[in-house]
Design a protein around this ligand. Structure first.
Ligand SMILES: Nc1ncnc2c1ncn2[C@@H]1O[C@H](COP(=O)(O)OP(=O)(O)OP(=O)(O)O)[C@@H](O)[C@H]1O
Ligand SMILES: [Mg+2]
Length: 274
């Protein structure tokens, strides 16, 4: 379990640029969770996940991973983090070397490293024959897979992804989401930052909504989408399906606004019409 306890964070303390990015944030992520973090631009999402991963030092409050402070290396190593546009951080000459970079830093044996590179490539659907190719020759979607494979090769128990589908074309996006789902089924606890309420509706079991550094909502996505006031306050719109249902309800149909996937909405609307 990851526990975030009363975490506040201010950038540029004592300067004219001082900015309270997080204010008294508390929540926890249980093993097996699939948690989405949503919020308007500047609401503190990236700051929060970097603090959880131990990349930004705490100013106040605490972060614990399985009961151990994030300041401790064994705790930090349980967490893998994939940044926004992770492909910008590829730098090795070959795909295999790039994926092997993290495991090598962990001090693993060469045999173990090769095994992990192969497994990680397979997992993200990269042909093993690409291992000796320069990552810079790959397509955008493939580059992102290489970057994600590099994190998976560390075998994190908790995987945090910051806007994993940003900038991908619809097909690459669908594939990547399917892979994240597969990882979750394989037992990895997932925390993903997303602007897409549709992705949150389709994937997440739980959503935490940030606005101006505070938690406005923590609960099931379907409950979130039924609360227009909270979405408004957070500057978010529900998924298109839910928007349609809300419109139909304004026209007097009274469909359950908790229906949030296409299938659910179709069933609900047909039920009302019949
Ligand atoms: N290095 C920094 N120095 C000063 N202020 C910062 C820094 N990084 C972020 N901020 C400010 O802190 C606040 C939270 O930023 P953060 O990047 O965590 O938001 P976000 O929710 O991830 O936004 P986005 O959706 O645009 O990625 C914003 O007001 C931002 O301008
Ligand atoms: Mg961000």
């Amino acid at each position: 379990m990851i526990e975030v306890k009363n975490v506040s964070y201010t950038y540029a303390v004592g300067t004219p640029f001082e900015k309270n990015a997080l204010r008294e944030i508390s929540f926890s992520v249980s093993e097996g969770d699939f948690l989405a973090i949503a919020g308007h631009t500047g609401s503190g999402k990236s700051t929060l996940i970097q603090i959880i991963a131990g990349l930004i030092d705490l100013q106040s409050g605490a972060v614990e991973v399985d009961g151990e402070s994030i300041g401790v290396q064994t705790a930090r190593r349980k967490i893998g983090i994939v940044f926004q546009y992770p492909e910008h951080q590829l730098f090795e000459e070959t795909v295999a070397k790039d994926i092997a970079f993290g495991p090598r830093n962990f001090g693993l044996s060469e045999t173990e490293i090769s095994k992990r590179v192969e497994e990680a490539m397979k997992f993200v659907g990269l042909d093993f024959a690409l291992k000796d190719v320069s990552p810079f020759e790959l397509s955008g979607g493939q580059k992102r897979r290489v970057a994600i494979a590099g994190i998976l090769a560390l075998k994190p128990k908790y995987l945090i992804l910051d806007e994993p589908t940003a900038g991908l074309d619809p097909k690459a996006r669908r594939n990547l989401l399917a892979e994240i789902k597969k990882l979750h089924r394989a037992g990895v606890t997932i925390v993903f930052v997303s602007h897409s309420m549709e992705d949150i509706a389709n994937l997440a079991r739980r959503a935490v909504v940030l606005a101006q550094g505070r938690i406005l909502f923590d609960g099931e996505p379907r409950k979130l989408f039924a609360q227009e006031k909270i979405l408004d306050a957070a500057g978010l719109l529900p998924p298109p399906v839910t928007q349609l249902i809300l419109e139909l309800n304004r026209a007097g149909l009274s469909v359950d606004a908790g229906a949030m996937t296409l299938d659910e909405a179709e069933r609900e609307i047909l039920r009302r019409l019949n």
